[in-house]
Structures are given as structure tokens and as C-alpha cells.
Design a protein around this ligand. Structure first.
Ligand SMILES: *[C@@H]1O[C@H](CO)[C@@H](O)[C@H](O)[C@H]1NC(C)=O
Ligand SMILES: *[C@@H]1O[C@H](CO)[C@@H](O)[C@H](O)[C@H]1NC(C)=O
Ligand SMILES: *[C@@H]1O[C@H](CO)[C@@H](O)[C@H](O)[C@H]1NC(C)=O
Ligand SMILES: *[C@@H]1O[C@H](CO)[C@@H](O)[C@H](O)[C@H]1NC(C)=O
Ligand SMILES: [Zn+2]
Length: 474
């Protein structure tokens, strides 16, 4: 071990000014033996969570936090109170180097809002204004609707859009496809002279709830208000328009953007006992939308990340390299916490073994998702097939879901996320339905176990994952 350590250290020293750094990595068999060697500690971690002192704890902790604070929108005092609460929790739990790192974030306020169908009949339209949207004039906007299924249809019918409220009734194909209408719907409508945009919620199933999100405006294009409406109302308006009925809608929104404020990422660690500068990062975001409780998005991801370190600490384990938990601030308004952390820490890329985030819900875990070299992929596959077998979480998909840590692979740092049975995620996402009721204590325990075993093994193995991590030379 000592010989290995020395060779490793020298290699690191010699290569410290190379950009990017090409390091010689050991053979696959070395990694495999090392993973095999972690079978019994993985079992101890799993037992401690599924049948030991930590059973149900992650759910109880998350319920205490989300019941106490409710939703935690970026820019609010409530989010800052929740951040300080987490600092206290990390500290009392015995994590090391507990600290906050400042991040300048936007402060958007929803205010009152409402929408009504005026003709062909009178009806309230449930809505949620989109983050960063402007308000309507004080008297609201009353206008005819132009209902379209796509941007292509909007462009084809551009001549009809002037002075109208554009309603997008895009079909749900995937989140990525639907979300384009949420982010770009208002500015595309403004380009053809519309006065507001109402967007069908990005939802895979709806029980008449609007799903919020952010929009983005474009310089040089007029800003018009944007909001999400339910799938049901979008389809109603579409059917009416297909019958040639003239639709008139009243829209009122008070949304405003106040000056930026300072918020914080919360960090806690278990310092490595052999390579303390090398880091395995696990994370989720603490902020949420201003509806529901932010229990699923992303309370669950944030809390399995904390719980993973908590369990390792309470088992008296200390891996070779440092385990770091980060609770991001202001993901929802545009990944502000993750971007600031990357700016500040990218020069440490050489020591970043892997960045991990859970932000797709804590549903039944199926394995991991991974972004990295082919060699590293094989190691992760072996790790899952060996150490996560008991958890039935042996799948490894190519392509991690890395919201707040998505920039790290661009400088060679591998990324990981937890693969879950997330078919229900977009029922609740960004709605008033995102509450503790979505969470199941046993399933959250399984997620914690996947997360803790993966993070611990990667932090405790002799070698980092093979990758060409970029060294930033200042
Ligand atoms: C595996 O574990 C044994 C006993 O703890 C230890 O002596 C050995 O060095 C370990 N091997 C590796 C590759 O970590
Ligand atoms: C809708 O409005 C247009 C123009 O205002 C009018 O020509 C048309 O007859 C109306 N259609 C219906 C179904 O009322
Ligand atoms: C894994 O799957 C087996 C077979 O379906 C089942 O008996 C076992 O309970 C599952 N384990 C977990 C942790 O879900
Ligand atoms: C690192 O880059 C070198 C040179 O392009 C390549 O041969 C090697 O496979 C890369 N290693 C990893 C782990 O990606
Ligand atoms: Zn999220």
C-alpha cells in the first residue's frame, strides 16, 4: 500500500502542470479486486440502513425539514432559514468542515395571479406563472387566444398572432421536448406580436394541476408574461379552437423580479484518511419551487446525499478520500449554486474523483447512470453488479443526469446519478402535489443504500476512476 501510494504521489507531482493530465491507470483486475474487497463493508452499510439504526431515518429527517419550512424558493428568507437549519443538522450529526459557500441568486416573486376563459363560456383557468416572467399590466390582459400544437404551427400562423395570447398545446413526448415550450414559448410568441403565452404543463399525467418552471427572455425581443396551464385546459382550448370557436382569455399576473440576493450552498464532509484532498461529491438541491413542499424535487435527492454520509459516519467508517455532501442553492431558477461551485472549484478537477447528484426523485432504485471513460464505465458496472446486487440495483446506463454538476464532465471529471423507477416523477414535478406523500420510507432507504455504498466504495478504493481530468493552470 505504501509503495503504491508513493508511486501514485510521484505521478501526480510530475504531471501537475500538464493540461490535460494523462495518468497511467491500473488494470481492470486491480479495480475489480478492490471492489470485491468492499463486499462486507457494503453489506454492513446496507444492513445499517435497511434493518438497523438508520431504518426510516432519511424519510423522518426529510419530513421534519419539509413540514417545518414548506417550499423553498430561491431568493426567499424561507430558503435561507432552511439552509441554516441544514448547517445545524450537519454539525449536530458530526459531519466535518460544515460550511456555507456564498452564491448570488435572483429573487423572483410570483405575487397574485389568475386566468379566466371569457368566451365561448366563462371558466376559471388554473395557472402557475413561470419563474422570471414579468407581470401583466395592472388591469390584466384580455385577448383572443391563438391555440397551437407546436412552434412550427406558430410560425406557419404567425400572421394571426398579433395582439393575441398564444396557447401552446404541445403533445407530451418527453420532458426535454415539452420543456422547450416552457422556456422559449413566451419569447417565440413575442416575436410574432403576441401579448402573452400560456403553455401546457410539462406533465406525463395530470389531475388538473399546473406545473411551473422558468422561462427565458431574449435581448431585443419584447418581454411578455408567460404561465403554465393544466393539460386539461390546454386540450379544452385546443378542441374549441379546432371547432372554429373564438376564444377570449383574461390573464392577470403580479410577478416581479427584485434585486439579487446572497444565498449559500451547504457543504459537509468526512475527511479522507489517506488522500484527504481527493473528493467524492454527492449532492442534491435544497431549493424548490414555491408550490408543494419540494419533497420530491429535490428534498429526496438532497437528503439521501446527507444520509449517505451520516450512515458512514455513524458506522465509524472513514474512507481513504474525502466524502463531500453538497446541498445546492437555486437550482430551479437556473443552476446558480452548481455554476458558482464549478467556477470556484474547477481548478481542483484533478482531485475530483466523481461528482454525483440525485435529482430525478427517490423512487425504487434500479442502479446508476454514469458519464465517463469506457474503462471507468466498466468499473462502475462491476461495482453495481457486485456491491448493489442485494439492492436489485445493478443496471448502469450510459449518461448521468447531472443537473447542478453538469459542467464537470466537460473537464474530464466523471459524473454519476441514481437510476430510479421514475415513471411517476412528472406527475408531481413543480406542482402543489410535490409533498411528502410522494415519498415512501422503505424506498428512500433503498436509495440511501445505493448512494452510500457507491460513494463509500469510490472514496475508499486505492485508485480514482480512470479519467483525463483537466488541470487548470492559472
Ligand atoms: C483487501 O483487503 C485485505 C484485508 O483487509 C487487504 O490486506 C488488501 O490489501 C486489500 N486489497 C485491496 C486491493 O485493497
Ligand atoms: C370569430 O371571429 C371572427 C372575426 O372576429 C368572425 O369572422 C367569426 O365569424 C367568428 N367565429 C365564430 C364561430 O364566432
Ligand atoms: C430483489 O429482488 C428479489 C427477487 O425479486 C426480491 O425477493 C427481493 O426482495 C428484492 N430486494 C430488494 C431489496 O428489493
Ligand atoms: C486519456 O487520453 C488519452 C489520449 O487521448 C487516451 O489515450 C486515453 O484513453 C484517455 N484515458 C481515459 C481514461 O479517458
Ligand atoms: Zn430538481
Amino acid at each position: 500500500m505504501l509503495v503504491l501510494l508513493t508511486a501514485y504521489g510521484l505521478l501526480q507531482l510530475a504531471a501537475s502542470s500538464v493540461l490535460p493530465q494523462y495518468r497511467k491507470w491500473p488494470a481492470m483486475s486491480t479495480y475489480k479486486k478492490d471492489i470485491d474487497n468492499h463486499t462486507s463493508v457494503a453489506d454492513n452499510i446496507i444492513d445499517y440502513i435497511l434493518a438497523g439504526p438508520a431504518k426510516g431515518e432519511v424519510y423522518r429527517r426529510l419530513a421534519r425539514m419539509t413540514d417545518k419550512f414548506g417550499p423553498r424558493l430561491c431568493g426567499t428568507e424561507t430558503l435561507e432559514d432552511a439552509i441554516n437549519y441544514m448547517v445545524d443538522e450537519f454539525t449536530q450529526d458530526g459531519l466535518e468542515n460544515v460550511r456555507k459557500e456564498a452564491v448570488t441568486v435572483p429573487h423572483w416573486v410570483r405575487g397574485n395571479e389568475k386566468a379566466q376563459l371569457i368566451s365561448p363560456r366563462s371558466k376559471d383557468i388554473a395557472l402557475l406563472g413561470l419563474g422570471k416572467s414579468i407581470a401583466t399590466p395592472k388591469e390584466g390582459i384580455t385577448a383572443e387566444a391563438l391555440v397551437v400544437r407546436s412552434f412550427d404551427e406558430l410560425h406557419a400562423r404567425a400572421g394571426e398572432a398579433k395582439g393575441k395570447i398564444v396557447v401552446y398545446n404541445q403533445v407530451w413526448e418527453s420532458y426535454g421536448q415539452s420543456v422547450q415550450y416552457r422556456s422559449a414559448g413566451a419569447r417565440e410568441a413575442a416575436k410574432v406580436g403576441a401579448v402573452a403565452a400560456l403553455v401546457r404543463s410539462a406533465a406525463s399525467l395530470s389531475i388538473y394541476s399546473p406545473h411551473t418552471g422558468t422561462l427565458s427572455y431574449q435581448n431585443g425581443i419584447p418581454k411578455i408574461p408567460g404561465a403554465c396551464i393544466t393539460v386539461e385546459d390546454a386540450e379544452l382550448l385546443w378542441r374549441m379552437s379546432q371547432r372554429g370557436e373564438n376564444i377570449t382569455i383574461y390573464l392577470y399576473m403580479e410577478a416581479e423580479t427584485l434585486p439579487d440576493v446572497v444565498s449559500y450552498n451547504v457543504i459537509g464532509e468526512i475527511k479522507g484518511n489517506l488522500f484527504p484532498d481527493e473528493v467524492v461529491l454527492v449532492s442534491g438541491h435544497l431549493d424548490s419551487w414555491d408550490v408543494g413542499q419540494g419533497a420530491m424535487d429535490d428534498g429526496g435527492g438532497a437528503f439521501i446525499s446527507w444520509e449517505a454520509l451520516s450512515v458512514i459516519h455513524h458506522l465509524g467508517l472513514r474512507p481513504k478520500r474525502t466524502l463531500q455532501v453538497v446541498l445546492w442553492t437555486c437550482e430551479e431558477l437556473g443552476l446558480y449554486g452548481g455554476i458558482e461551485y464549478f467556477e470556484k472549484h474547477q481548478k481542483e478537477a484533478q482531485n475530483m474523483n466523481i461528482v454525483m447528484e440525485s435529482d430525478m426523485g427517490t423512487f425504487t432504485p434500479q442502479g446508476l447512470q454514469f458519464t465517463g471513460s469506457d474503462e471507468a464505465m466498466k468499473i462502475i458496472q462491476y461495482l453495481a453488479s457486485t456491491l448493489l446486487k442485494r439492492l436489485n440495483a445493478t443496471d448502469v446506463d450510459d449518461g448521468a443526469d447531472l443537473s447542478d454538476v453538469n459542467q464537470w464532465p466537460s473537464i474530464g471529471v466523471p459524473g454519476g446519478s441514481i437510476k430510479v423507477e421514475n415513471s411517476e416523477y412528472f406527475y408531481f414535478h413543480h406542482t402543489n402535489g410535490d409533498t411528502m406523500t410522494v415519498q415512501n420510507p422503505d424506498v428512500m432507504d433503498l436509495c440511501t443504500a445505493v448512494w452510500a455504498v457507491t460513494a463509500y466504495a469510490l472514496a475508499d478504493m486505492e485508485y480514482m476512476l480512470p479519467a483525463n481530468r483537466t488541470v487548470t493552470v492559472n
